[in-house]
Design a protein around this ligand. Structure first.
Ligand code: FES
Length: 369
């Protein structure tokens, strides 16, 4: 087979005129040695401030009460209402990294040798000559950086970077203390629903705080809900801090869905966990804990917006897609004497993402009885 591709004319080429190098303009630090020295001392001062900021970061981390709040209002509008610790840690840590960045850039711009070079393109092969040339270039670079003449600057940079890393290491303390079984049972593995059945815990609408009756839900409807005793934790007379209130709310957040009982699979062990096809599940994804409520009423699938884990609420919350490894925990519910939905007990497995010590033997798996 022959083709009639056009033959390229070897004489036809589009050359680009060499633009050359513009006239070299000397920097002020080269023209004025005093200015060079001032920049040098300024850089030392910036790098010297980094250890001070790093120490301030550590002191704040350990000494500042975590419930201190910075509140700034102006003209009736609130501009800042944030944790004092987060703000001050951010300022000290951020400023330390910023100072190192500025010092390095200014060092290169103002103090390193300022001669222009032309580097010819060459093949990528790294033969002996090339390696020798690279070493020679490295040596040139070291000489150009003036590090031998001003070794203190390199020491200051190394020290500053070293100090800037310490705060990051110190914050690892937040990963402790190691949670014992007893601690876990009282914290991460317990929700406000645990007060049932001794206490009547109604399921209340997350927005209106009204207790929910089965008749409030149509088939296919999903409602976000909370336990009624969350309201007590929020009251000023309760000893819980705002942070503890948030933690309780996060653990106890649920979704309630109503499905046609004939269209869903109810295992033997959960026949009394629902009320006429109304089921309650944890709202917290078992992958890494995003709140979920993207509901496909036709398929009974619940989709997590973070990494697309999909749970089948018509089949005890088993995972049908995505990275979550565990079914969505289901809350056993019933109705009280006045016909409101209530919790029978706490969740039978811990809610939320997995952790090292978690015992997953009781997690529901597809096909369990
Ligand atoms: S947090 Fe839900 S899929 Fe990742």
């Amino acid at each position: 087979m022959t083709t009639n591709l056009p033959v390229q004319d070897p004489d036809l080429h589009h050359s680009v005129e060499d633009p050359g190098i513009g006239e070299h303009v000397e920097r002020f630090t080269d023209v004025d040695k005093g200015a060079g020295n001032r920049v040098y001392y300024t850089l030392l001062a910036m790098l010297g401030a980094v250890p001070v900021l790093a120490i301030a970061f550590i002191v704040i981390y350990f000494a500042m009460p975590r419930d201190w709040i910075i509140h700034i209002e102006f003209g009736g509008a609130t501009y800042i209402h944030a944790s004092a610790m987060n703000v001050t840690l951010g300022l000290t840590g951020g400023l330390a990294v910023l100072l190192i960045g500025i010092a390095v850039v200014q060092w290169a711009r103002a103090l390193m040798n300022d001669h222009e070079m032309i580097e010819e393109r060459h093949s990528a092969a790294s033969d002996e000559d090339t390696r020798a040339a690279a070493l020679a270039q490295w040596e040139d670079g070291v000489r150009d950086s003036n590090i031998r003449r001003r070794p203190l600057l390199l020491g200051a940079l190394g020290g500053a970077v070293g100090f800037a890393v310490i705060p990051a290491v110190v914050t690892l303390a937040d990963m402790g203390p190691w949670p014992t079984k007893a601690t876990r049972a009282e914290t991460i593995e317990r929700t406000l629903f645990a007060a049932a059945p001794e206490e009547t815990i109604r399921l209340v609408n997350d927005e209106t705080w009204r207790p929910i009756r089965p008749a409030d839900l149509e088939i296919g409807q999903l409602v976000n809900a909370q336990p009624s005793n969350l309201h007590d934790v929020d009251s000023p007379s309760h000893p819980a801090t705002p942070k503890e209130h948030h933690q309780e709310k996060a653990k106890a957040s649920i979704i309630i869905v109503r499905m046609d009982p004939n269209s869903i699979k109810i295992p033997e062990s959960r026949t009394d966990w629902h009320v006429s096809g109304i089921l309650a599940y944890s709202k917290i994804c078992t992958h890494v804990g995003c709140p979920i409520s993207l509901w496909e009423r036709q398929t009974h699938h619940l989709l997590c917006p973070c990494h697309q884990s999909t749970f089948d609420l018509g089949n005890s919350g088993v995972v049908v897609f995505g990275p979550a490894a565990r079914s969505l925990p289901q809350l056993p519910i019933t109705v009280d004497d006045e016909g409101y939905l209530i919790a029978q007990s706490d969740f039978t497995v811990p809610v939320g993402p997995s952790y090292f010590e978690r015992d997953s033997r009781n997690d529901y798996k597809d096909g369990d009885a």
